[in-house]
Design a protein around this ligand. Structure first.
Ligand code: AHM
Ligand code: MG
Length: 297
């Protein structure tokens, strides 16, 4: 069995290696596949393609014992018991194509990856690394582990990929500049609406409809991203294992904060693989203000 560190490296090698291939396959896969995923959302051909490619690559990594994605009903056995004992395997949860509704309009989207040292569904406290690929005008990969956060540019190079670190120690700028909040305003609870109103007076709106792209704006310029609890859905939209935990881990490692409305997302009790949670991430002072605003009701 390989060491946890080398398994983490191998997972991100696999993710980076598939990125140019996924990108190249997108033009012909902007149509609906005719199926729905576990969250009841319609799945695009691009979602399925990315899921298969990434699933095959990650399951093949020595040291990965369990794998699940937003597009799969439950975790699949990838060989090897997952736990926290020395020599145990790691579990990987991914959102293969986050923000894939942006495929039709040709806007940014990405892949989100969480590497857990515990069986799935796992707590964010069991993450040993997390990262995302952002398919923007260029392809970048952000990776966080206990040592910090780095950003790489990933380019196709013959049959392989070239990776160059462009930011070795990524941290949230101290002064926030941008915000992006998901969901429809009439569906926001009054307490969140009041918070959003005060943020609007201070920061610039940057919302693109893909969590990965919107969070990348916050990591670059400072600010706050939220997909809040809704009146119609108290747990919001984003899923704990594939989206919320990895993004919370990355933002916290970059010096920011995360919240589900009451405390760090990393402390949310995992109950089901496809469970949802409200997501608020960004500069610490803005997340503290959010928790105070939600507490007032
Ligand atoms: P997806 O993983 O099916 O693409 O859904 C998640 C996406 C997030 O990237 C984004 O923050 C959110 O859904 C946007 O939702 P909406 O289109 O409802 O604003
Ligand atoms: Mg998603």
């Amino acid at each position: 069995m390989s060491s946890p560190d080398s398994t983490v490296d191998a997972v991100f090698d696999a993710v980076a290696a598939t990125a140019p291939e996924i990108r190249a396959a997108l033009p012909g896969r902007r149509v609906e596949s005719g199926t729905e995923n576990e969250s009841g959302e319609s799945v695009l051909a691009g979602d399925l393609y990315a899921d298969e490619l990434l699933g095959d690559a990650i399951i093949a990594v020595d040291g990965v014992g369990s794998f699940v994605s937003e597009e799969r009903e439950s975790a699949v056995d990838a060989g090897g018991a997952v736990g926290s004992g020395a020599g145990d395997a790691l579990a990987v949860a991914i959102d293969p194509l986050d923000g894939s509704s942006n495929l039709r309009s040709n806007n940014a989207m990405g892949t989100v990856v969480g590497v857990y040292d515990a069986p799935l569904p796992a707590s964010g406290r069991d993450l040993v690394a997390a990262g995302y690929v952002l398919y923007g005008p260029i392809t970048t990969m952000v990776v966080a582990d206990e040592t910090g956060v780095r950003e790489e540019v990933v380019t196709a190079d013959g049959d392989g990929v070239e990776r160059s670190v462009v930011e070795a120690d990524l941290s949230l700028p101290a002064t926030p500049t941008v915000y992006g909040f998901g969901g429809r305003v009439p569906d926001w609870p009054a307490d969140f609406r009041a918070y959003a109103r005060s943020i609007e007076d201070e920061l610039k709106l940057r919302y693109g409809g893909a969590m990965v792209g919107d969070v990348n704006q916050v990591l670059t310029y400072g600010g706050v991203f939220a997909y809040p609890a809704l009146r119609s859905a108290s747990e919001g939209k984003l899923r704990l294992q594939f989206e919320a935990n990895p993004i919370a881990y990355i933002v916290e490692r970059a010096g920011g904060a995360s919240s589900d409305g009451t405390g760090s997302i990393l402390d949310v009790e995992p109950e089901a693989v496809h469970q949802r949670t409200p997501v608020y991430v960004g500069n610490e002072a803005l997340i503290e203000r959010l928790e105070e605003a939600l507490d007032r009701e």
